[in-house]
Design a protein around this ligand. Structure first.
Ligand SMILES: [Zn+2]
Length: 80
């Protein structure tokens, strides 16, 4: 009777442990791989590198923020 209970408790514990491990494996990879795969672009004004999704695109040029986009267009008077 006692052995039966011990086996049952160990089995429940193993299932719980396995489920916990499986959830951790499932959760971790997508976040890290997504950031690694994402294209990096360079701000045309300050040369800082940033992910393409976070950049501001204008006339095929990438900028890290709207301020740098404005400053760049001001410094390029021939670009109408
Ligand atoms: Zn910038």
């Amino acid at each position: 009777m006692v052995i039966k209970w011990i086996l049952l408790i160990t089995l429940v514990f193993l299932i719980f442990w396995f489920f916990k491990q499986f959830r951790q494996i499932q959760r971790k990879p997508p976040d890290t791989t997504r950031k690694v795969i994402e294209d990096m672009v360079r701000c045309a004004y300050c040369d800082v590198h940033l992910p393409k999704s976070e950049s501001i695109v204008e006339h095929g040029r990438y900028f890290c923020c709207t301020k740098h986009r404005q400053l760049y267009s001001q410094s390029q008077p021939d670009d109408k």
